[in-house]
Each structure stands twice: as C-alpha cells, then as structure tokens.
Design a protein around this ligand. Structure first.
Ligand SMILES: *Cc1c(COP(=O)(O)O)cnc(C)c1O
Length: 309
C-alpha cells in the first residue's frame, strides 16, 4: 500500500512566465503537488493532528465539512494512507442519497470514510458542547475530533513548514484564506522583511481575530476586495481568467480559493499596489479535487465551466 511520509512532502516554486507591470515577478509554490494522492494545505494541516491522534492512541478521525469540502477529501485520503478510520459529519441531510453523483463524497467514501449527514441547522451547532457530547455517545473514546477546515494549533504548526529558508528572497507571500489556519502558519514562518498578504475567499470580517490568536507577528494584511461576493461564489470573469491562466502557464487553479488570489495579484499589480520589482511568492494550496463538482453545478445551470488541459 502507498504510504504517507509527512517528512517528504515535495514542493517546488514555479516561475510564472506572464508579463506583470513594474518589474514585478510571480512564483507559485506548488503545494498542490506535495503528495500525489492527498495534496495541498489540508495535508499540512492534518500532519500534526494525525501525529497527535496517534500519540493519544486514537484510531479514528472525525471531522466536519460541506458537500465539496477539500478538508473532507483530504481527511479521508490521509486516514486511508495512515490506517486510521474516518468519519465525516456532512452539512446537508439531503446529500445522503447523492453520494454517487458527488465527486468529493464518492472519493471520500472510496477511501473508507463513513458519513453522518446533518441538517444545516444542526450543522451550525457543531462546535457546541451539546452537539459534541451527542456525537461522542455514538463513537467510542478512540475518536479524535478535527475542527471544520482543520484549523487548530496543530494545523498552524503544519503550515509553518510550507515556507523554507530558500524562500527568504521573496518580498511578499500570498495565500488564500478560509478559516485562517494556513496564513497563520505562513506568518509565523515568514521573514521579518516579508509581508504576508491574505485573500479571504469569503466575507470574513472575523478572520483578523482568528489570525491574531495564532500569531504575534504583525507583518501581514488581509485584502477583502476579491472574494467575488462570498464563499463559493464564482463569476464568468473569474472562470475565463482561470481558463486563460491555465492555457498560458499549464497551472490549474481552483475557483474557490487559489483562483481568486491569483486574479487579485494580477489586478493589484495593474493598480500599482506593489512596489516596483516586488518578488511575489503565491502559495498554491491545492483544492483541485473540488473542480469537478463545481463544473457539474455550473454545467447544470448552463454556465461557463473550467476547461483545463
Ligand atoms: C481550505 C483551503 C484554503 C484556506 O485555508 P485556511 O487554513 O482554512 O484558511 C485555501 N486554499 C485551499 C485550496 C483550501 O482548500
């Protein structure tokens, strides 16, 4: 069986050979390729959670997510590779009859994940003691709970390993932001001359407070202008941009997270947001497993889809 060696997550920075104004250059750190079966930042976030679970003698991971969740897919895959059982608490009780048509859920199921489908109302209560106590009644004490999106102190520690000493040459580090765990790790690992820019994929006014819980440093900024109206909201302009970007660079981006970030970097460059000759490193946090599901939904509505080579 293939295995998961957390110490050997391959990474490379790829120069993006596209014209940017004022001598600005862009490299992308290909975290989407850090493992061929389970990749991206969700793997980084799971590393120390899984090591902790194993240290505590737990045999099962339980976590939460929506219908197309990268975190659900990653937890299922990492569980399979490390020999841990996995349970996904899934938002939306109507989905129980739609596993086969949902690429994320069928992938997770094929990895051996068991599901618990809950209504949206109930899902909102998932981090309350009441809900967790009820959950624990159903599962024995061998269960380790990972929060939604995977963000906790172990996740932040894992994301600190995304940056390496060779990345010191960059002036600006860019990352998409969901729950704030990944950017917190990047900030902790950044050099003091660097600025870490976060691009929330949702309307996340709360995010600054979350990040301040995980880092003492202040060399970071969130840019809220490129969430395209909210989580999983995608425009035709964004889809066209991503298809074009893929054609010219060979790099596939997801439209929920990394696509919005790269779109923003180009838009900000053209608005002279960056100083001349700024060297930018953008983190490709993965998320490519979600594209199939997004395309399915858009095709049903006769909307333009992502068309990658
Ligand atoms: C989850 C995710 C993010 C956001 O990470 P957080 O740690 O939740 O902020 C960014 N990019 C991709 C592809 C993701 O799946």
């Amino acid at each position: 069986m293939e295995s998961l060696n957390f110490d050997k997550l391959q990474i490379e920075n790829q120069f993006v050979n596209l014209p940017l104004p004022n001598g600005i250059s862009l490299h992308i750190k290909r975290e989407d390729k850090n493992h061929h079966f389970v990749s991206g930042n969700k793997l980084r976030k799971l590393k120390y959670n899984i090591l902790q679970a194993q240290k505590e003698g737990k045999t099962r991971l339980l976590t939460f997510g929506g219908a197309y969740s990268n975190h659900i897919a990653a937890t299922a895959a990492a569980g399979k590779l490390t020999g841990m059982k996995t349970i996904g608490v899934i938002r939306g009780d109507e989905l129980h009859s739609k596993i086969e048509e949902n690429p994320t859920l069928s992938f997770a199921q094929n990895c051996g994940m068991d599901f618990l489908f809950v209504s949206r109302e109930k899902y909102r209560l998932k981090h309350t003691n009441e809900f967790l106590t009820e959950l624990k009644k159903n599962y024995d004490s061998n269960t380790y709970i990972v929060p939604e999106g995977g963000t906790n102190e172990f996740a932040v520690k894992g994301c600190e390993e995304i940056l390496t000493p060779e990345d010191e040459n960059f002036d600006v580090i860019c990352s998409a932001v969901g729950t704030g765990g990944t950017i917190s790790g990047l900030i902790n690992a950044s050099f003091s001359h660097q600025t870490v820019l976060g691009f929330p994929a949702l309307k996340g006014e709360f995010l600054s407070d979350v990040i301040k819980r995980y880092t003492q440093k202040t060399n970071w900024q969130l840019i809220h202008d490129y969430n395209f109206g909210g989580y999983a909201k995608v425009s035709d302009e964004l889809i066209s941009f991503l298809n074009n970007f893929n054609k010219k660079t060979g790099i596939s981006l997801d439209p929920i997270y990394t696509g919005k970030m790269i779109f923003a970097i180009f838009a900000l460059s053209n608005k002279n947001f960056f100083k001349p000759n700024t060297k930018i490193l953008a983190i490709h946090t993965g998320g490519l497993q979600g594209i199939q599901g997004i395309n399915q939904k858009r095709a049903k509505k006769h909307q333009q889809i992502l068309n990658y080579d």
